[in-house]
Ligand binder design. Structure first.
Ligand SMILES: Cc1cc2nc3c(=O)[nH]c(=O)nc-3n(C[C@H](O)[C@H](O)[C@H](O)COP(=O)(O)OP(=O)(O)OC[C@H]3O[C@@H](n4cnc5c(N)ncnc54)[C@H](O)[C@@H]3O)c2cc1C
Ligand code: SF4
Ligand code: SF4
Length: 1010
């Protein structure tokens, strides 16, 4: 697959993306094969049949019985074995989307190419097994799960191409919406649909759910910004609607469907009331049922059908590719949080603000505001608001900085006459704006985070006529009180009358399920009968509202929807039970049990935001899947169900959940409730260690100097053996050692670094900082093909001295460690000993905190700046005084400004390691690189390399899988240098790309040489 930079002529930092064949018309999804050897352990097939009322039992369309071995054999005729997942652990990992429903698929296929989709449709019909597509699985209404075959259309469907100078964008279903926007940014445009989940969800889901968000309203949703679509029908017919002959072909190949569509259109137009009702309902946001507006808005069957596919939740056809019209990106923002005495006053402000041009108007009831009032940075006045108060977050936007004054005028005119609790304050400051948005975006997770263990968080999504929004909000609040939802909150996109309400709910017993059923009946009554609103404004009907589609739309419209489904999918095998479901209680079936598991992950709402960040995503499991599996194991244990399955999950989890977790914690950076699944992994690893092993680790930590010598020796010996007998000999020796001693022994590879040179001599007198080279920097030297003139330590000392900020390396630095090698493996005692000793040394070396301590390896810095809890009370006091800095921060803030750049590279590539991301240092690393190079490339898929100190040595397949995409992107061009800030990650990236990655300090040293 070829990769092209999206803006090769841009100077400065830019990001590249997996692209398409340059100049070609056809998109090519990235071809990635899943590492064989991952799937291990015995294969205990068969469905999870532990009985439980209403839980994960039958769908509306029960799958036909076909044995699991038959099914697997049939699927293997379609896809390679590494893309057909039938082990229980794999199927259960895919049993959840972000909704509160759960279905275990019989198989998961990681599909590749439209031909495979056609073959899967054939199989589904031959064996009568339902089929459901899944992109990122962030759906909230239960539409991305199945008991049949789950077809994942994410990892091999990531093609994206900007067309027509940015006016259009061509996307495949597996590309993340946020990535598309990153690509579009240089053109000053973005996607119309703007769901809050845009950095996790994918185009297949955005189109199929007709997702929208804070600004897009109705006008900029996928339906209205669709240009053309390539789709595959359950019959196997594939159509590209961009083809001028598409309608002709559609009518010829699918006469029944095309004719049926025209008949439905005629039926609608024969009833002017229905026609008008459809028009009226789509002036508001509405994703209940199929997009009936397609019949009113278009004439030709192909145009009607392609628009009906938007929002069809994967029940009518497979969407293989879409071209969307982009909308202007408006980067200049003017934002304010307006506080009102009550909801009526807030809602009365919506129309004047909207008419004045506000692009976002987010309503928050008092409970929403209360849910975030204790979060850092939230204005204290929020705490003292009166009980009925409400907030409106208003944002005015423009494309040009020159419009700032105009935005100010618009805002100040609009707030005149509003009934406010405090004078309106708007801001242009991005930091203050981010804080205001944090208030709004924090509401949903804050409820999730404080809910009782064992309960689910439910977010509903309704729309009301804007002019009746205040009454509707108050009525909803009354329903909370009536049904005992004390912590319910209401917020939403007020500009479009779209409200979300969040409640927490247990589904652990029948009484709780009944409570939810009664509540939902009342909600349906309220929304439909009292307000004639929409039961789903943007999240899709799914299983959740399927029983109520007819109630909202009426008998005739519902019949038309059913007929559309029959025409496209006559066998009802494509995502059955979603949108159209004859069972009036289907919304109460297959409810997701949420047993309490481990404290670290109990708050998980299974939203899937973390998945994209996880280095083991394509290899074994994601953070969400790890949690889903832990919950399933907990459930099986507590219910004493299926012991065989439990044993299989436990044994499979050891590799899929534990060994291949890099404990980098990147998942926490995306998690709305702040879960770092790596913390759980560490604890589980810790629990797996005997007291003897902990003691041994402690002993090692106490003699770390000896360990350093041993590693020096091992690397020297390894290279000596390799130079005489070849790389294969050393690899063979370690392979045998691993067979005997287990996977704890690192696998030797030809790219092992050499033993590091001795550290350079430095002067304590006059030093402006203590330089603490990490143990990795102290022992690991150059990689094969890496220049060996100076070491990274020498580079640091040299640039610091050139800048007139000399640093000194303490003479007794050896034997001191950041503790990360111990904590990452769950050796707490070793970790605690290591960090306590190192902090004591820092105290001495820094003369009681007078000098800052600078660490050259970012993961080690991160470990040290976060070690406080492991310190003795005395060392905590020292820690609080110490200033521990990462090399990136120190160089950016104190060294770079005092240096003269003498030569610049043309282009360099950066790999910001996880700890740099977590410490918010990526921008500083980029700035350093920009000072030294005309062009700086940070691949868009740069993420955790999975090396994680030693995982890359112990489980090389993790690094191989984690780096595949980033490496593919980097093939687009050759750069003058490849840089990072952690030696082990550099080894991983060197392995992945074939280019030697080095410390950024070398780049700076070269650029500042006279
Ligand atoms: C915390 C949170 C916040 C959210 N905020 C919003 C929001 O602001 N606005 C909003 O609209 N939604 C929101 N959502 C819901 C969800 O993220 C969106 O609907 C999203 O677009 C779903 O995309 P996905 O990639 O996860 O799709 P999935 O969940 O994987 O799939 C969605 C549907 O599309 C179908 N599908 C997927 N790919 C294809 C294909 N190629 N062909 C045919 N069918 C396909 C699936 O079968 C399924 O029915 C939120 C979800 C969460 C968890
Ligand atoms: S710590 Fe890293 S590897 Fe582990 S679950 Fe989180 S993102 Fe995945
Ligand atoms: S860990 Fe966090 S981001 Fe991941 S699924 Fe759970 S709540 Fe969502």
């Amino acid at each position: 697959m070829k990769v092209e930079p999206f803006a090769p002529d841009l100077r400065g930092t830019h990001h590249v993306v997996l692209g398409i064949q340059p100049g070609g018309d056809t998109l090519v999804g990235q071809e990635i094969s899943i590492s064989a050897g991952v799937r291990r352990g015995c294969c205990v097939l068969g469905r999870n049949t532990t009985a439980r009322p209403n839980m994960a039992s039958a769908t509306a369309h029960a799958p036909a019985s076909v044995s699991s071995s038959e099914l697997r054999a049939a699927l293997l005729r379609i896809a390679n074995p590494d893309r057909v997942l039938t082990r229980s652990i794999e199927r259960i990992a895919f049993a959840a989307d972000a909704s509160f429903y759960r279905l275990v698929p019989q198989a998961v296929v990681l599909a590749k190419g439209a031909e495979e989709i056609q073959a899967l449709f054939r199989l589904s019909h031959e064996r009568r097994i339902p089929l459901t597509f899944r992109a990122a699985g962030t759906s909230l209404s239960g539409q991305a799960i199945t008991e049949g075959i789950l077809v994942e259309v994410a990892r091999f469907w990531r093609g994206v191409k900007v067309e027509d100078g940015g006016k259009k964008v061509r996307v495949q279903p597996g590309v993340i919406g946020g990535h598309v926007n990153q690509l579009l940014r240089p053109y000053g445009v973005k996607l119309g649909p703007d769901p809050a989940s845009i950095n996790a969800c994918m185009m297949g889901g955005i189109l199929s759910n007709n997702s929208s968000g804070m600004c897009c309203g109705v006008a900029q949703n996928a339906y209205h910004t669709l240009d053309s679509l390539k789709f595959v029908l359950p019959s196997g017919t594939m159509v590209d609607t961009a083809d001028p002959k598409a309608d002709e072909m559609f009518r010829a190949r699918e006469p029944r469907l095309a004719q049926g569509i025209l008949e439905l259109k005629a039926e609608i137009f024969a009833n002017p009331q229905l026609c008008e009702r459809i028009r009226a309902k789509y002036r508001m946001k509405n994703t209940t049922g199929y997009s009936l507006n397609a019949f009113v808005d278009f004439e030709r069957p192909i145009d009607i059908f392609q628009h009906a596919l938007i929002g069809s939740e994967g029940t009518l056809a497979f969407l293989a590719e879409a071209v969307l019209n982009t909308v202007p990106d408006l980067p200049v923002k003017y934002t304010g949080l307006l506080l009102f005495p009550d909801l009526y006053a807030a809602c009365a402000a919506i129309v004047p603000l909207r008419d004045a041009g506000a692009k976002a108007l987010e309503l928050m009831d008092r409970a929403s505001l209360r849910s975030v009032e204790d979060q850092p940075g939230i204005p204290p006045s929020i705490k003292n608001l009166p009980l009925p108060a409400a907030g409106l977050l208003a944002e005015f936007q423009s494309a040009n900085v020159s419009d700032r004054a105009q935005l100010e005028n618009q805002a100040s005119d609009a707030v005149q006459g509003l009934k406010l609790l405090e004078p309106a304050v708007f801001t242009h400051d991005p930091g203050e704006q981010a804080l205001l948005w944090r208030i709004r975006q924090g509401t949903f997770p804050s409820v999730g985070a404080v809910r009782k263990s064992g309960t689910t968080v439910i977010i509903e999504d309704v729309a009301f006529p804007v002019e009746r929004l205040a009454d509707a909000t108050i009525d909803l609040t009354k329903l909370f009180a009536k049904h005992g939802y004390d912590n319910g909150i209401i917020f939403g996109h007020a500009k479009d009358g779209n409200l979300h309400f969040v409640i927490t709910q247990s589904f652990n017993d029948q009484a709780a399920i009944d409570q939810y059923a009664r509540f939902l009946d009342d909600v349906v009554h309220l929304v439909v009968e009292r307000y004639d609103g929409a039961l789903k404004a943007e999240h899709g009907t799914g299983r959740n509202m399927a029983p109520f589609v007819e109630k909202e739309w009426g008998a005739q419209a519902y019949r038309i929807m059913k007929r559309l489904k029959e025409l496209a999918d006559p066998e009802n095998l494509l995502n059955p039970g979603v949108i159209i479901n004859p069972d009036p209680k289907s919304h109460l079936q297959n409810l997701k049990p949420t047993p309490s598991v481990e404290e670290e992950v109990d708050k998980c709402i299974e939203c899937g935001y973390c998945e994209v960040k996880c280095p083991s995503h394509d290899l074994t499991t994601t953070p969400r899947q790890r949690i889903v599996l832990r919950r399933e194991m907990a459930r099986l244990r507590s219910e004493r169900g299926n012991a065989v399955l439990l044993t299989e999950l436990e044994s499979g989890y050891s590799y899929a959940g534990l060994d291949t977790c890099a404990v980098d914690g990147l998942c926490a950076t995306a998690c709305p409730v702040g879960i770092d699944t790596g913390q759980l992994t560490k604890r589980l690893r810790r629990l797996g260690h005997s007291a003897g092993a902990q003691k041994m680790a402690r002993r090692i930590a106490g003699n770390f100097g000896a360990v350093e010598h041993a590693i020096h020796f091992g690397l020297r010996m390894g290279h000596a053996v390799q130079s005489v007998f070849g790389a294969d000999a050393m690899a063979g020796i370690t392979r045998v050692m691993r067979l005997i001693g287990g996977k704890g022994i690192p696998q030797w590879t030809a790219d092992m670094p050499r033993s590091a040179k001795r550290r350079p001599a430095t002067e304590r007198a006059g030093a402006r900082a203590v330089y603490f080279p990490s143990c990795i920097a102290r022992v690991m030297g150059t990689l094969p093909n890496e220049p060996a003139d100076i070491s990274a330590m020498e580079a640091f000392v040299t640039v610091a001295s050139r800048a007139g900020v000399p640093v000194f390396i303490p003479e007794d630095v050896e034997g001191n460690c950041c503790g990360v090698p111990f904590s990452s493996k769950g050796y707490d005692e070793g970790h605690d000993l290591a960090v306590n000793r190192t902090i004591e040394r820092f105290w001495e070396w820094s003369e009681g905190g007078r000098l800052p301590v600078m660490v050259d390896t970012s993961p080690c810095t991160y470990g040290l700046v976060n070690c406080r809890a492991a310190l003795s009370p005395e060392n905590q006091k020292k820690f609080d005084v110490l200033k521990i800095l990462d090399g990136v921060a120190f160089v950016h803030d104190d060294v770079l400004p005092k240096l003269t750049i003498h030569r610049k590279a043309e282009s360099v590539a950066l790999h910001p390691v996880c700890s740099v991301v977590k410490m918010n240092l990526s921008a500083k690393l980029e700035k350093i690189a920009q000072a030294c190079s005309d062009t700086v490339v940070v691949p868009m898929s740069a993420g955790c390399c999975g090396f994680a100190g030693d995982r890359g040595f112990l489980f090389p397949e993790l690094t191989e899988s984690a780096t595949r995409r980033e490496a593919a992107e980097l093939q687009a061009a050759v750069h003058d240098g490849y840089f990072s800030s952690s030696r082990t990650c550099e080894i991983g990236m060197t392995r992945a790309t074939g280019h030697v990655y080095r410390s950024f300090l070398f780049l700076l040293e070269q650029a500042t040489r006279q």
